[in-house]
Design a protein. Structure first.
Length: 103
């Protein structure tokens, strides 16, 4: 399992700003290792963020996203103390879900 995501959610001006740093290798499948063999593709393909059980963000990614991706987005309707849950799934079926509290 990958390291936990770092999630920072801040309420301001009627919206919630969410910043997420994900820990993932994000291999494209095109890079070669030291012996010249291709490193298999391993990347996040979908990201979902929810607040109070409602989806506030969905994203479909591919191998072109950088290692340890950073994601920032805003949504309306959140209050201080509420939780935001971010979940990703990669092309090998691995999943990670973490939550952050809105400050």
């Amino acid at each position: 399992m990958a390291d936990p995501m770092r999630i920072r959610a801040t309420a301001r001006d009627g919206a919630v700003n969410v910043k997420v740093l994900m820990s993932h290798e994000m291999e494209t499948g095109q890079r070669k290792d030291a012996s010249g063999k291709l490193v298999p593709a391993h990347y996040i393909r979908s990201v979902t963020a929810t607040h109070q059980g409602k989806t506030v963000l969905t994203a479909q990614w591919g191998p072109a996203v950088s290692k340890n991706p950073y994601l920032e987005f805003d949504f309306k309707g959140g209050q201080k103390g509420d939780k935001v849950v971010v979940t990703w799934e990669d092309n090998k079926g691995e999943k990670r879900s973490d939550e952050g509290v809105i400050n």
